[in-house]
Design a protein around this ligand. Structure first.
Ligand code: 13P
Ligand code: SF4
Length: 311
């Protein structure tokens, strides 16, 4: 079967099973082409809350499908590849954060959405990289514990010095692995290019950038800029997608190592197999997100807070 033929089968099955496909922008081109909704973590959360289809098939990582389930609990939500997790989401456990919270009850716990549902139950508000600045600014709280990404948290802290923001040592292994030396090398190789980075990168890398922002922030900046060349300091699929969208501009990945192997686990055959499984065909396999109603009710509060402040 060719890619095109498989995509056609997927589109047919999607209709027959009344399934909406949500894909994070880090997914491969051939998956984005068959999606109903594509975007960064914030946009996909808003989309998930407003979907009318019976089923949601998520192409991304586990916490994203879990978030979609919490926002649309009456729907069947599936993750296209059951092995796709985010290492950052597993870095901090609920008991540790609950302990810190009871030690300092006047500190509001702000959780990056890249956290498990269990951890979200002890947090006050979620943020994504595109909404973190806006939400932390808007919160009435002066004292904040920002978890788990200290790079994103540090980037927020620098821009909101009036608040007391405490950080813990966590982060994205993909973005945090990029060194300032790699950024300097890319800049030297492409002297006319602007450097655009994700705030999950180390502060020494962000300091070298012409722009720092979320996935959608980087994409919008590149599309709207008069500049013609860009070094992309986030997952390499973004450089590829931008190259398709802006063929008159040039996009260079900051490093060949900027690949999220978890995001890249999902393949077009996984999407096909999931839809077969949803349709009841024994040749397919669909991994459904099953969550206890109590867990949903408790973890969802901080996602609702995010949507309230960030919308
Ligand atoms: P955003 O989608 O919020 O830009 O985050 C990037 C990321 O690392 C997703 O896991
Ligand atoms: Fe997690 Fe980083 Fe991959 Fe995003 S890029 S899913 S934060 S490991």
């Amino acid at each position: 079967m060719t890619v095109r033929e498989m995509q056609e089968m997927i589109l047919k099955l999607k209709k027959e099973t009344n399934t909406a496909i949500l894909t994070h922008s880090y997914q491969a081109r051939e998956i984005i082409e068959i999606a109903d909704f594509t975007g960064d973590s914030y946009k996909l959360s808003v989309d998930a809350a407003n979907i009318s289809a019976d089923n949601i098939l998520f192409c991304g990582v586990h916490f994203m499908a879990e978030t979609a389930k919490m926002l649309s609990p009456e729907k069947h939500v599936y993750l296209a590849n059951k092995g796709a997790g985010c290492p950052m989401a597993e870095q901090m456990d609920k008991e540790m954060i609950a302990q810190l919270k009871s030690a300092e009850p006047d500190r509001t716990v702000v959780a990056y959405i890249n956290t498990t549902a269990a951890l979200k139950t002890v947090c006050d508000v979620c943020v994504t990289s595109s909404s973190a600045l806006k939400i932390v600014k808007a919160l009435p709280a002066e004292k904040i514990l920002f978890i788990p990404d200290c790079n994103l948290g540090g980037w927020v802290k620098k821009q909101i010095p009036e608040k007391d923001i405490k950080l813990l040592q966590g982060g994205c292994p993909t973005h945090a692995a990029i060194s300032p030396k790699a950024a300097e090398k890319a800049k030297a190789e492409h002297p006319n290019a602007l450097l655009l980075v994700h705030p999950e990168c180390r502060p020494e890398v962000t300091a070298l950038a012409d722009y720092a922002g979320s996935t959608s922030g980087i994409m919008n900046f590149a599309k709207n800029s008069d500049a013609k060349e860009f070094i992309i300091g986030t997952e390499n699929s973004i450089a590829e997608h931008l190259q398709y969208e802006c063929p008159d501009k040039k996009f260079y990945p900051l490093s060949k190592d900027l690949v999220c192997h978890n995001m890249k686990l999902t393949t077009l055959p996984d999407v096909y197999s999931s839809l077969l499984g949803i349709s009841g065909d024994p040749n397919g396999e669909a991994f459904e997100i099953i969550m206890d109603g109590e867990l949903i009710a408790s973890a969802r509060k901080c996602i609702d807070e995010m949507l309230k402040y960030g919308g």
